[in-house]
Design a protein around this ligand. Sequence first.
Ligand SMILES: O=C(O)c1ccccc1N[C@@H]1O[C@H](COP(=O)(O)O)[C@@H](O)[C@H]1O
Length: 228
Amino acid sequence: MSFRTRTKICGLTRPEDAAAAVAAGADALGLVFYPPSPRAVSPLQAADVVADVPAFVTLTALFVNPTAEQVQSVLDVVRIDLLQFHGDEDEAFCAQFNRPYIKAIRVRQASDVVASCVRFPGALAILLDSYKPGVPGGTGETFDWSLVPESDDLKPIILAGGLKPDNVAYAIERVKPFAVDVSGGVEAELDGVAQKGIKDHGKINAFLDEVYRVDANTRTISTRQHNN
Ligand SMILES: O=C(O)c1ccccc1N[C@@H]1O[C@H](COP(=O)(O)O)[C@@H](O)[C@H]1O
């Protein structure tokens, strides 16, 4: 039986980009509530971005070391299905909002992945991102995928960090994640300069087409995809 890799397009700031991601078949969309990020949106802007997103598309709110009040102020205004914590939050903090959550970690060694599955028993999945000193995420850089253990005992893995249409197929073959998450790799460029927060609809389509292609050609269900 074949396995379908789930997909999330993150860092959306415009309704038309959310619509393009939905039209291309993305399973989840991400909104960044981290003001230093060039992709950050306010709660009211976010509500506008996702206003026409249909049912069965998971809306994810990304935070980096927020206060509980900041998280709640988003939940009060925006339809959010899933929380994504990308900083140094602990399990108790992540679990307090009566919402499912995923925990992002920045991978430096294989033991980071195993340890995070133990430290965050309530997380629906662990998102693996690249480590870059002083940068909490969204670096646009890949990490050493050989650091992801092949264990079946891990929580579902969401692979992130520097994914793009050119490398996502190989990443899926190599890591066999539950899902892939992309932000910078599907952003627009103007004269070779990244337009952070603005998505290129052609790149979104190309990225998702690559996921569908590799799934159809190579993926079979393994124990890892059934975890939890
Ligand atoms: O996108 C950001 O600006 C950001 C800021 C702080 C933490 C995480 C951030 N982005 C998330 O990082 C991963 C990987 O992004 P990329 O594909 O390498 O650009 C993804 O989940 C982004 O949403």
